[in-house]
Design a protein around this ligand. Structure first.
Ligand code: PEP
Ligand code: MG
Length: 656
């Protein structure tokens, strides 16, 4: 079957590295061949390098074409992906420092070329907030050169194998760096993007062709890498251009392996040093002791580069694109910089050092003030305790969430577990994930939402029908109740995992109390089965995610049979306002602060209060400082949000 669809790309900043990697991951879940067309050129949708070189930007019109049995679902899923402005970006678009990565990328304050004057500090690109002063740790690894050697024809096959093994070793080392050091979810995504570059046929195919033509592997890799890096640099989009750095980093490591040389890394870096370099790759940082780096100053790089994103994730003050001479930087002993403004002072005098130290103290105090709220149990002035919890989608997010002050997990979206895979996760696999989550957060509660997928979020192994309106279609609890073969293993896994901690189960997309009754009946059957099998089970409560207007209007009936309510304001707003949440043209209607939505919230809260059950909010609106007071006034006692918003929300609660 052939199928195609034209669509306007709404992904913020277009299909640059991380969204491209996610897009390709999604494409690979389908059997069909998939192609993307833009302005008369096309690329294989399953190759992230080819896709990035197509330089698809926000607002571009593209055509997605598929050929194969699952082409219709594949094309539809990819079209939906590119229609989501946040697709492939970290949740809320914020990095772990709470700084908006994209906003920072958009507004580099200062330029790389502004000349220094004796009384005015020189500037580079502000790439990671915060001031720093320290001794320089110079990082200027020797430039890699390989003497080109012509191979004899009998050497060619062995040389191709050597090259393949070097690529595999590079990938293995990259994957290893995901589990060593202090990786954050954002780092893991970046490492995944590097792995994609290493795996992609565009780089290895070009090197292999050179080896086949008789060139030694190291020279072939260097030439192919440089060629590809230049092709990236020729693209006008700054996000795509910044990928040249990734290609060079990966190539460098493949070539070092081929030459049998050690990678000059950063593990020796002393605590409190300012890392100074001509160019740093995301690879270098993935292996570096991030907690020891006080600041980064680099001649190359842009606010959109992976180095910048990693630096922001770890809260490292960073200035990139700093237009100084390499020789000048090599001779520098001390640096003062401000990654929020782009200011840099080389070998600062005493009064400059004092001024920067005062600035650091001020910034630290401001951060401490906010982070002090992370540890509090927030109460309103009249003494009501408000639980401020985290919304999570994977186990790797638990630790940062707890550090950010999460008082539990208010929403664990189980879809990711299903969507990232080529087949459905088994009951045992699910049990292990839910148990690890519950154990890590115990005794605090973890609210696990049962599978909420549908035509808009396809999953390999579930055949979704083509639907005109997937958001109004066969999704969430509707699909689960029709497919007990998928739902039962999840319910059984939740029952089994709840012996490890405080799990609560939440059912999404309830529109009729009958659906809740059916879920509870199935849950009881699963419990009875497990008990008969003598498998230990817990007794998790079952609550309802209130996100349909029908549920809000029937909240009294539903409250009588539910252990708690959690309001999904994202969908509730979409359905109350009849405004597709993915359609930016409807942003004016997609407002959770609209009186119509707040009336629905009020109905839900009144029903919960009458039935004596607690009610929380877990949609994006839970973090809005203008809405928190209104929610609490209506009777909400729990708020769940992305971890970077927790401290601010707690501060807001205690002021009410
Ligand atoms: C919601 O609908 O408000 C919600 C939190 O769930 P999701 O965004 O996953 O649909
Ligand atoms: Mg929802």
């Amino acid at each position: 079957m052939q199928c195609e669809r034209s669509v306007t790309v709404l992904v913020r900043e277009g299909l640059h590295a991380r969204p491209a990697t996610q897009f390709v991951k999604l494409a690979r879940m389908f059997q069909s061949t998939l192609e993307v067309f833009r302005e008369g050129r096309s690329a294989d949708a399953k190759s992230s390098v080819k896709l990035m070189l197509l330089a698809v930007k926000e607002d571009d019109d593209i055509l997605i074409r598929g050929e194969g049995d699952d082409a219709a679902v594949a094309v539809e899923s990819l079209a939906r992906f590119v229609s989501d402005p946040e697709a492939g970006l970290p949740a809320t678009g914020q990095d772990a420092t709470g700084q908006d990565a994209t906003a920072a990328a958009h507004k580099p304050r200062g330029t790389a070329t502004r000349p220094a004057t004796p009384d005015e500090p020189r500037r580079g690109i502000a790439a990671g907030e915060g001031a720093a002063v320290g001794e320089v740790f110079p990082f200027f690894p020797p430039k890699l050169v390989a003497e080109p050697r012509v191979l004899n024809s009998h050497e060619i096959e062995a040389e191709r194998t050597r090259f393949r093994l070097a690529v595999e070793a590079t990938i293995a080392a990259l994957l290893g760096s995901r589990t060593t050091g202090e990786p954050r979810p954002q780092d893991v995504q970046i490492v995944d993007a590097l792995v994609e570059v290493a795996r992609d046929g565009e780089l290895s195919g070009a090197a292999d062709a050179r080896i086949l033509a008789g060139l030694d592997a190291a020279s072939a890799a260097l030439q192919a890498g440089e060629d590809l890096a230049r092709r990236f640099e020729a693209v006008s989009d700054p996000y795509i251009r910044a990928r040249a750095e990734d290609v060079r980093g990966v190539t460098r490591n493949v070539v070092l392996t081929l030459l049998g040389r050690k990678h000059t890394g950063l593990p020796e870096l002393p605590a409190g040093a300012i890392l100074v370099a001509e160019e740093i790759s995301a690879w270098d940082l993935a292996e570096a002791p991030m907690a020891r780096i006080a600041g980064i100053l680099c001649i190359k790089g842009a606010a959109t580069s992976h180095v910048a994103i990693m630096a922001r994730t770890h809260g490292i003050p960073t200035v990139l694109g700093y237009g100084a001479d390499v020789a000048v930087l090599r001779a520098t002993r001390r640096v003062a910089l401000d990654g929020g403004t782009g200011e840099v002072v080389l070998d600062p005098d005493d009064s400059t050092v004092q001024a920067f130290e005062a600035r650091i103290m001020q910034q630290t105090a401001a951060r401490k003030t906010l982070s002090a709220y992370a540890r509090i149990e927030p109460r309103t002035r009249d003494g009501r305790l408000i639980e401020v919890a985290a919304n999570l989608g994977s186990l790797s997010e638990i630790e940062p969430a707890l550090r950010a002050g999460a008082m539990g997990v208010g929403l664990f979206r189980t879809e990711l577990l299903f969507m990232e895979r080529r087949c459905l996760p088994s009951e045992d696999e699910q049990t292990a994930v839910y148990a690890e989550l519950a154990k890590a957060v115990a005794p605090r509660p973890v609210i696990v939402r049962t599978l909420d997928v549908g035509g808009d979020k396809p999953v390999a192994g579930i055949d979704f029908p083509d639907e005109q309106n997937p958001f109004l279609g066969w999704r969430g609890v509707r699909m689960c109740l029709d497919r007990p073969d998928i739902f039962r293993p999840q319910l059984r896994a939740l029952l089994r995992a709840s012996v490890a901690g405080n799990i609560k189960v939440m059912v999404p997309m309830i529109a009729d109390v009958g659906e809740l009754r059916a879920v509870k009946a199935l849950f009881d059957e699963c419990r009875a089965e497990l008990e008969a099998e003598q498998v230990p089970v817990g007794a998790p409560e079952i609550g309802v995610m209130m996100e349909t207007p029908a549920a809000a209007l029937m909240a009294d009936e539903i409250a009588a049979e539910s252990a708690f309510f959690s309001i999904g304001t994202n969908d509730l707003t979409q359905y109350v306002m009849a405004a597709d949440r993915l359609n930016p043209r409807l942003a004016g209607l997609s407002r959770p602060d609209h009186p119509a939505v707040l009336r629905a919230v009020d109905l839900i809260c009144q029903a919960a209060n009458k039935a004596g059950i607690w009610v929380g909010v877990c949609g994006e609106a839970a973090a809005r400082e203008d809405l928190i007071p209104e929610f609490i006034r209506l009777g909400v006692t729990a708020l769940s949000m992305s971890p970077s918003s927790i401290a601010r929300a707690k501060k807001c609660v205690i002021g009410i």
